[in-house]
Design a protein around this ligand. Structure first.
Ligand SMILES: [Zn+2]
Length: 353
């Protein structure tokens, strides 16, 4: 296999390095592909230029210093290409770069690339993860201390950090296309025997107009795993409404994703700083017993109703409890209940023991 050569360029050099001391991916570097680091869907050798457009993150590595860039691979249009193709063909990429020595992170980039090659071919063809175009290195000799190692990956769009909170708070009709799409992506990855190891908003992106989720960063991933999720199909996973116990659910990674997306209705609510099981919605006079001493009994019962009303609206909207409590508030019956409760409790206060 002849390693292909890439020449680096900057789109706008001024934007790339605002400081003096950071990792430099210099212009006009010659980069060679390391063997067995490019996945099958590899870059055509005629893509001969790597153009850096901007820095996405610096010092991002778990194993040492890694800079992440966004850019593209470019090649001249071939004579045989369709006449309406642009003059220059480009492939959007992400580059993870590290010094070759002495950083462990450069070794880690090779490990990550090999993980793509060995374990993620099926995931790439299903569009769950980016294609890996290989690790390219400037290092030619043992004493080339300024060498750089670059992992080149398909650019699968921006990560979900900025939209995570909106996504988390999305319920109802919007729920399926957004959250469930993410759950399905991780579920499908697990079905291929791959556990990502660090699923969070930084490691999920959306690509193309259809905003298909894509999982990135396989530096902590493990392959050959058997997902032990209690839901054996994505449909079964979607049917779970109330938060399952972690142990019973079986798969930690899916459980944590669903938990962090607030997919499941909680089993408990908080009132007066005390946690109550959902079943206590049946008896709010008992919840009101936990009130702070300075609060009047009627005020305490009203607070319990309002707290539970808000909780049920968010998580159990339309349930029998939700409708009953809403009706009690709307009809004015709550005023009577509170007054009667105060009278009862003031004349016969609960024992403080
Ligand atoms: Zn799993």
């Amino acid at each position: 296999m002849t390693p292909s050569l890439l020449k680096t360029e900057y789109f706008t050099a001024g934007d790339i390095h605002p400081h003096d001391d950071e990792l430099r991916l210099g212009a006009n570097l010659e980069l060679c592909l390391m063997e067995k680091t490019a996945s099958k869907i590899s870059v055509d050798e005629s893509y001969n230029r790597l153009v850096i457009e901007r820095v996405l993150a610096e010092d991002a590595g778990l194993f040492g210093r890694v800079c992440i860039y966004r850019g593209h691979l470019a090649r001249e249009k071939h004579a045989v290409d369709a006449p309406d193709d642009p003059d220059e063909l480009v492939l959007p990429i992400i580059v993870k770069a590290s010094r070759t020595e002495p950083e462990i992170s450069s070794e880690q980039l090779v490990v990550e690339a090999r993980f793509y090659v060995t374990h993620l071919a099926a995931a790439v063809s299903q569009g769950l993860v980016p294609a890996c175009y290989g690790v390219f290195s400037t290092k030619q000799t043992e004493d080339d201390e300024e060498g750089l190692t670059c992992l080149v990956l398909e650019d699968c769009g921006d990560d979900l950090t900025s939209e995570w909170d909106t996504l988390k708070n999305t319920r109802g009709l919007e729920f399926k296309p957004s959250k469930h799409q993410l759950m399905k992506t991780v579920f499908d990855l697990h079905n291929l025997g791959v556990i990502h190891g660090s699923i969070d908003p930084h490691h999920i992106t959306r690509r193309d107009q259809r905003r298909t989720p894509c999982i990135i960063d396989f530096s902590c991933a493990e392959a050959g795993m058997q997902c032990s999720c209690q839901s054996k199909t994505i449909e079964a996973l979607h049917e779970i409404v109330v938060k399952p116990w972690r142990e019973a659910f079986g798969c930690d990674e899916l459980w944590e994703l669903c938990q962090s997306l607030e997919v499941w209705a909680p089993r408990m609510f908080m009132c007066f700083g005390v946690t109550f099981y959902v079943e206590w919605c049946d008896n709010l006079e008992r919840v009101a017993l936990q009130k702070p001493t300075f609060m009047d009994w009627d005020e305490a019962l009203r607070k319990a109703y309002m707290t539970v009303n808000k909780f049920l609206k968010k998580w159990y909207s339309g349930s029998a409890d939700d409708l009953r409590i809403q009706a009690t508030i709307d009809s004015g019956e709550l005023d009577t209940l509170c007054a009667r409760y105060k009278e009862k409790m003031d004349s016969n206060p609960p024992s403080t023991e």
